[in-house]
Design a protein around this ligand. Structure first.
Ligand SMILES: [Fe+2]
Length: 268
């Protein structure tokens, strides 16, 4: 039976000057981050990945998105890498407007994404109290698998309503990697977290291209509309790009909860 996750409001956002690899080598720091994240703290950690490679990845994804048809595949062993659009789909657990590109550990891809993002996944797992390589094998563990989900939020309408993600045996935190930068690639909007008094913390203001954001999955979060008021142009692939380092339950795994929308207001 799945249980609802209790919301954990954000307390602060702290930027570290060490890369993911360096943080992984600092055991005491990881332990203190883990308890702080459990209590609602968020951390910005530079990925250490070459920025030009991240820009190349973004171009590659846009090219795939432009030149092949979107399709939906449930999360099961052997699922193909694929991309899909979500334009306010009412079947989603959380309403949003974005284009998503999914990669699974059992497939191969041009960028070797699971190798590239290996250290960031290791830190996610360790912060979640799990062995570093959990869920990264080709065979799922505990009914769950890692899934790399690149997400594109288009200028003039991309966004995601306020929600929490499940905290359970598979994760404490769902890191995101920025593939773009507010101010360069878009003007306004982006990721925000909410505090105990309901006020909004603009986490996007702390983030640069190549940065990872680690926060408690149970912290209410959303994506404020990217460049609200601008014309919407999905096909130009201009706007906010991120990579979500997800661990998901397989469709056949029933005992882990789903993401929960907190505010029914349509923020598109
Ligand atoms: Fe989320």
């Amino acid at each position: 039976m799945s249980t609802a996750t209790t919301a954990v409001p954000v307390t602060e956002v702290q930027r570290l000057d060490r890369t993911v690899g360096e943080v992984l080598d600092a055991g005491a720091l990881v332990a203190s981050m883990r308890s702080a994240i459990a209590g609602g703290a968020a951390y910005v950690v530079p990925s250490g990945i070459d920025r030009s490679l991240l820009v190349e990845l973004r171009s590659y994804l846009a090219q795939v998105g432009r030149s092949s048809l979107p399709s939906y595949h449930p999360i099961e062993v052997g699922a193909p890498n694929s991309h899909r659009m979500n334009d306010g789909d009412e079947r989603s657990y959380v309403r949003g407007r974005f284009h998503q590109f999914s990669f699974f550990p059992w497939n191969q891809d041009l960028f070797g994404l699971f190798d590239l993002l290996g250290p960031a996944y290791h830190l996610k797992n360790v912060l979640s109290g799990l062995p570093p390589t959990s869920f990264l094998a080709r065979t799922p563990e505990h009914g769950c698998t890692a899934r790399i989900a690149a997400q594109f939020y288009p200028t003039g309408g991309g966004g995601l309503n306020l929600h929490t993600d499940p905290v359970d045996r598979h994760q404490l935190t769902v890191p995101t990697l920025e593939l773009s930068r507010r101010g360069d690639d878009y003007r306004s909007g982006g990721v925000y977290l909410t505090r105990a008094d309901g006020s909004v913390l603009d986490a996007q203001a702390h983030l640069d291209l190549g940065d990872l954001l680690f926060f408690n999955a149970a912290t209410p979060h959303g994506v404020a509309v990217i460049d609200d008021g601008e014309p919407l142009a999905w096909h130009r692939f201009e706007g906010r790009w991120i990579v979500l380092l997800a661990v998901n339950r397989l469709q056949s795994t029933a005992d882990i909860g789903d993401s929960m929308e907190l505010d029914a207001t349509d923020r598109r």
